[in-house]
Design a protein around this ligand. Structure first.
Ligand code: NAD
Length: 386
């Protein structure tokens, strides 16, 4: 098996998860670049990188890598993806692919013209139980889909002294809560149900109009190098907030279902609650990301809790540990990266033509939904998703 040489741009929470997944997929972390040369040096042993690069731009075009993993704050995604593709590198870019739907489409075209592998870790597709949910819908076990509803709730930005680069629209983008986590929910339910959100109306809410300028460490504790940026002055300075803390969305799908979604980063006690329910004519399916080993298969006559055993062939393809041994977030990343690296290793395999993993096109789709959410909230109206 050829060793795929990876470069990781960014050295925070998700970069460490990528590093683990790269190794599990038989790759090597050839290089890492953080926000400064000093921080790159500090990050290299943490992610097990062979070399610390002075900048992400240098890493993106280096002869020492085959694939660039873009794990920086959002505003840097587009420029780094362009640099890497121009240099002939395969790209795994974190979500959001870019800050707008239009720019994301540009990147889709660039990647398609390059013939290089392009992937975005919309990784909740890589839990065996979400794969199982998809298979049950595809096999008609729940009947025609009527309602799709749920929420994605977190609490890490619930307090005025919680802050992060995501709060700043110049770095994180015009949408925060929706682009950050609502995008995952939409991708997942569209992928499972086979429906596409075709029109929506949304209300956004910024519950904390001001936040302490400090607090970049709020998501990851003190483990990442970005936390070093906290200063005493920053702790007492207040900054105005324009990005949304919460969003409520009503939607219709192209295949005639309706739905509702609540997204929040200010819901105390909810750490990462990605919950959805898909109600069909015969049965319903519901999944709770904080209790992911169980899938509820509802029915008028009988309701069952499915465990992570006796799964479909599709779910078992990635199901690398037996039921009772919990499948985790890092396992989702490892399974995703294994699929992406298989496509990198073998250009002639079907994976390049029909990728089993989410691509730039899937991420562009979520960017269009995000644009529609912001547009609808600003105009207080229903709008079509392009
Ligand atoms: N797919 C998922 O489930 C998932 C989960 C978490 C984060 N993400 C995405 O991953 C990205 C990073 O998020 P995170 O939670 O790891 O953030 P983080 O704050 O923990 O880390 C960001 C890192 O980027 C570095 N950085 C800043 N400017 C840089 C520059 N110019 N060059 C190189 N590095 C630079 C920071 O110093 C830090 O190490 C975001 O786009 C986020 O949306 C995706």
């Amino acid at each position: 098996m050829t060793t795929v040489r990876a470069g990781i741009a960014g050295a925070g929470m998700v970069a460490a998860v990528h590093a683990d997944a790269i190794r599990r997929a038989g790759g090597s972390v050839a290089g890492v670049a953080a926000s400064t040369p000093e921080r790159s040096k500090a990050a290299a042993p943490r992610v097990g990188a062979g070399r610390a690069f002075d900048s992400a731009e240098e890493l993106a075009v280096s002869d020492e890598i085959d694939v660039l993993h873009v794990c920086t704050p959002n505003a840097l995604h587009g420029p780094l993806v362009r640099a890497a593709l121009s240099a002939g590198k395969h790209v795994v870019c974190e979500k959001p692919l870019s800050l707008t739907g239009a720019d994301s489409e540009d990147l889709v075209v660039l990647a398609a013209n390059s013939g290089l592998v392009n992937a975005v870790p919309l990784v909740y597709r890589y839990h065996p139980m979400t794969v199982e949910a998809r298979e049950r819908v595809r096999r008609g076990q729940i009947g025609a889909v009527r309602l799709i509803h749920g929420h994605y709730l977190q609490d890490w930005l619930a307090r005025p002294d919680d802050n992060n680069w995501r709060v700043d629209p110049a770095v994180g983008g015009a949408s925060r809560a929706f682009a950050d986590i609502g995008s995952h929910w939409c991708d997942l339910v569209e992928w499972i149900s086979g429906h596409r959100i075709s029109e929506l109306t949304a209300a956004t809410q910024t519950v904390l109009p001001q936040r302490s300028a400090a607090g970049r460490e709020t998501f990851t504790g003190s483990q990442t190098e970005s936390s070093a940026e906290t200063t005493e002055t920053a702790q007492t300075t207040q900054v105005a907030v324009t990005t949304e803390d919460a969003v409520q969305v009503l939607f219709r799908t192209d295949l005639g279902a309706t739905g509702a979604l609540v997204v929040s980063q200010v819901s105390p006690g909810r750490k990462n609650r990605l919950w959805f329910e898909i109600d069909g004519a015969e049965r319903s399916l519901s999944y709770d990301g904080e209790d992911p080993e169980n899938l509820l298969l509802g029915g008028r006559d009988r309701t069952e809790v499915l465990r992570r055993d006796a799964l479909s062939e599709q779910a078992n393809r990635i199901n690398a540990v037996p039921a009772g041994h919990p499948w985790g977030y890092r396992d989702c990343f490892a399974a995703f990266t294994a699929d992406v690296y298989a496509a990198i290793r073998d250009p002639d395999a079907g994976a390049r033509k029909a990728p089993p993993y989410p691509t730039f096109a899937d991420a562009a789709r979520t960017a269009h939904i995000t644009d529609a959410v912001l547009h609808s909230a600003a105009h207080r109206s229903w709008i079509e998703v392009s």
